[in-house]
Design a protein around this ligand. Structure first.
Ligand code: GSH
Length: 264
């Protein structure tokens, strides 16, 4: 059976899970433990990032390479257009989704968590004792801002990421106003990339990803809940309802000690 080495909360992994579900392929998730589990992944694939796909003897790293491999190997329900122009646009949009949506989404989400105590406590597991929830919620955002600076997320970086995400969401709304999918009447890799890589801006509603119920449907204030981008969020809800399997396989132990889910 196909194995997906993943982080449950990785948006690049979500892109691949969407494609696997769309193609109706059975697969087993292997949850990689951040840090120690990535050493095993390095030994296996020569690099330390997820997603990595193992299909029999074949190992493929990088979400774009995995998507293209799956389409070649399992050509039913193709995700790459055959027309040259459509194919070019698809590859271009996919790269844009990975680099602009994916990278900026991570920055705006981390900033929203540091600014918003409600979002922080929503991310804690259900079993977290109340006193701990109170402490996590009460950390002043100034303290978290200083920590964000430490990982290169100063106010200017966050503002640039937010501006880019606004423009991206506006572009998507325009493209989807009169069209069921980004490239026309059928879903393509561009749609799977955009749907997956918008996960950090707004977590999907419904039981698709293994995350606390309180986070489902929640996201970055001003982007996830703004009427300006409703066309896009409605489109993504429809996309998930059509193609993503509910209650897809649960993460299993990657064999590198206790499994921990974390946002990288
Ligand atoms: N270009 C890669 C990006 C993958 C990526 O950034 N993966 C993150 C998780 S979302 C990761 O593995 N981070 C851990 C690390 O960089 O050590 C792809 O498309 O697969």
């Amino acid at each position: 059976m196909i194995e997906l080495y993943q982080f449950e909360l990785s948006h690049y992994c979500e892109k691949i899970r969407l494609i696997l579900d769309y193609k109706g392929l059975e697969y087993r998730k292997v949850e990689v433990t951040p840090g120690v589990g990535q050493l095993d992944l390095f030994r296996l694939s020569g690099q330390r990032q997820v997603p990595v796909l193992k299909d029999g003897e074949t190992l493929v790293a990088d979400s774009t390479a995995i998507a293209l491999y799956l389409d070649r190997q399992y050509p039913d329900r193709p995700i790459m257009p055959t027309d040259a122009r459509q194919r070019g646009l698809c590859l271009m949009m996919e790269e844009w989704a990975d680099e602009s949506m994916g990278v900026n989404a991570r920055k705006v989400m981390l900033s929203a968590f540091s600014q918003n105590s409600d979002l922080r406590t929503a991310a804690l597991p259900k079993t977290t004792p109340d006193f701990l929830k109170t402490i996590v919620g009460a950390v002043p955002h100034e303290v978290l801002d200083v920590l964000s600076f430490g990982v290169g997320l100063g106010p200017e970086t966050v503002k640039a990421a937010r501006d880019a995400m606004r423009q991206n969401l506006e572009a998507l709304c325009l493209l989807l106003t009169d069209s069921p999918y980004l490239l026309g009447d059928t879903p393509s890799l561009a749609d799977f990339a955009v749907a997956g890589l918008s996960m950090y801006v707004k977590f999907p509603t419904g039981d698709y990803v293994n995350l606390p119920d309180s986070l489902k449907g929640r996201g970055v204030p001003g982007l996830a809940d703004s009427a300006e981008y409703q066309i896009f969020w409605d489109w993504r809800d429809r996309f998930y309802a059509s193609f993503r399997k509910v209650g897809a396989p649960q993460p299993s132990d990657g064999g590198a000690g206790p499994t921990r889910i974390s946002i990288d």
